[in-house]
Design a binder for this molecule. Structure first.
Ligand SMILES: [Mg+2]
Ligand SMILES: [Zn+2]
Length: 510
């Protein structure tokens, strides 16, 4: 029988107490975590008494990604079920959830509920309501989504650079799938009620999501929309509309100043027509899909004029942030590496501190198969290892040679061995996180560093690879620090096993 914890990020909306009472059901969750993301959390949340342990963590308005991360890290269970605080779940939700999760194969990382958004029955939905209705059937949204905790550890969880409830869920799901996991639909159905009207400005506020699109673009490249299964965006159209409006206004202004009306008036009229045509088409589409009340029509007319420049401005803000906040190089490279360099201890063989006895060499599960797969496909393999035990006098050079010979006899031949025998205070350029061993391996193989992929179990393996200009994948063990995993998933990649690291980053085994 599986164990599960429920994590509810909240900004203190009205349905929270009811939701907590319902998830306190049977089979019981191992704990319920409420992640209180109110910026000003001076008053206590309205929470019922529960049978299951109830934990409250505070994230001070850092957004749903940060709140969910704080929540799952505080919960110990096989599965973490994320629920938004504005959904309505059936009374037997716990039973339905467990039925969905029980017996899922190990490579399934997540189970997503069907989200039902009831449409208003007496009229067409308003513009704001249609945004909520888009949740229905949307891929990978986290309003009711359960992840394996091990998969969250492997990916590092949500990317907290997504500040609002937009794209952060698709980003996590995409990284999860890229590690070789799959995400399935469960059978449980959760209702997302239509929110009461959020005012005429809500469609303008929603344009902030264009900044998050810029971050996704930077992370996954131009195909990001098809990767997350979303429809083509309207940024290009909005850009043309905004440029036409700007050109019309600029031509009018020039004509006014220069008093040479004829030429500038023609430019202004042409640009103005383009703007008017695009804006009218945009507004008409939005009016025809909604209730044609005077209020809704006037809201749509005003916002149809304002949305294009808002969208363009937010996208520009997102692009500038990517450029100037050090996010430019976050693209996960897609060419296949020609060599894979492995850390030895904790990556290829079980980590035994200062290992000097060849009889204690134990390969990690799957290491031999993974290496043979690479050799069969003509990918060079190497070992990159810090052995400060030599400098410390704990390992003799001959012992090290015998241990490494034993590694080869168990795992097969390596194309290059690079070992640093120095201590941390020797100031050498080869001890990881220095890049020396990685550059030496690339040179010996006749490759450029960027053609090499380094796989290791700690942060200094990743840092050495990146410093040398190689790529890196972290395969964490029990001993890997959470901060190092977080860092690796931002600057490189993380995989749960050697096999999945190679399958994802070098090529699929057949
Ligand atoms: Mg290691
Ligand atoms: Zn060294």
């Amino acid at each position: 029988m599986i164990t599960y914890a429920v994590v509810i990020p909240t900004i203190g909306r009205a349905g929270l107490a009811q939701l907590v009472a319902t998830v306190d059901g049977q089979p019981a969750p191992s704990c319920i975590v409420v992640a209180d993301d109110r910026r000003d959390a001076t008053s206590a949340l309205d929470l019922p008494a529960t049978t299951a342990p109830l934990v409250v963590v505070r994230t001070h308005g850092r957004g749903p990604a940060a709140a969910r991360n704080a929540g799952w890290r505080a919960a110990d269970a096989d599965w973490i079920a994320f629920l938004d605080d504005d959904v309505a779940i059936p009374l037997d939700w716990c039973r339905r959830l467990v039925a969905d999760l029980d017996d899922l194969p190990d490579d399934v990382a997540a189970s997503q509920a069907w989200i039902y958004v009831p449409a208003p029955d007496d009229r067409l939905p308003t513009d704001g309501e249609r945004r909520t209705m888009n949740l229905s059937g949307a891929l990978w949204i986290t309003a009711d989504m359960a992840y394996r905790r091990s998969a969250l550890l492997a990916t590092g969880g949500f990317d907290e650079r997504f500040p609002r409830a937009f794209r952060e869920d698709a980003d996590l799901a995409l990284r999860t799938v890229r590690l070789g996991y799959s995400i399935v639909w469960g059978e449980r159905v959760t209702t997302h009620p239509l929110a009461p009207s959020a005012g005429w400005r809500s469609s303008l506020r929603a344009q902030a999501g264009n900044a998050d699109n810029a971050l996704l673009h930077a992370k996954y490249g131009r195909q990001w929309r098809s990767l997350i299964g979303t429809t083509p965006g309207s940024t290009g159209r909005h850009l043309i509309t905004t440029v036409a409006a700007t050109a019309a206004l600029a031509a009018l202004a020039s004509g006014w100043v220069a008093l040479t009306r004829g030429h500038w008036a023609r430019v202004a009229a042409t640009a103005g027509l383009v703007w008017a045509g695009l804006t009218a088409e945009f507004a008409a589409g939005r009016i025809l899909s909604g209730p044609r009340t005077a209020r809704e029509i006037s809201t749509v007319l005003v916002t149809s004029v304002l949305i294009p420049p808002f969208a363009v401005a937010h996208r520009l803000r997102g692009e500038l942030r990517v450029r100037f906040a050090g996010l430019k190089d976050i693209r996960i490279p897609s060419g296949k590496p020609r060599a894979v360099l492995f850390d030895r201890d904790g990556t290829l063989i079980e980590d035994v501190p200062y290992l000097a006895d060849p009889h204690r060499v134990r390969p990690v599960p799957g290491a031999r198969r993974t290496l043979n797969h690479l050799r069969r496909h003509g990918v060079a393999v190497g070992v990159i290892s810090n052995q400060s035990g030599v400098a410390r006098g704990l390992i003799h050079a001959e012992e090290l040679a015998r241990v490494n010979a034993r590694v080869e006899s168990l795992l097969g031949p390596f194309d290059t061995w690079q070992v640093c025998p120095h201590g941390p205070d020797d100031g050498c350029g080869c001890r990881k996180p220095e890049p020396g061993l990685v550059t030496a391996a690339a040179r010996e193989l006749g490759l450029a560093p960027h053609e090499c992929l380094m796989i290791g179990d700690i942060g200094s393996d990743v840092d050495a690879a990146l410093a040398a200009g190689a790529r890196a994948v972290l395969v964490p063990t029990r001993h890997t620090k959470v901060g190092e995993i977080d860092h690796a998933y931002l600057v490189a990649a993380v995989a749960p096993t050697l096999r999945s690291a190679v399958r994802r980053h070098v090529g699929r085994s057949r």
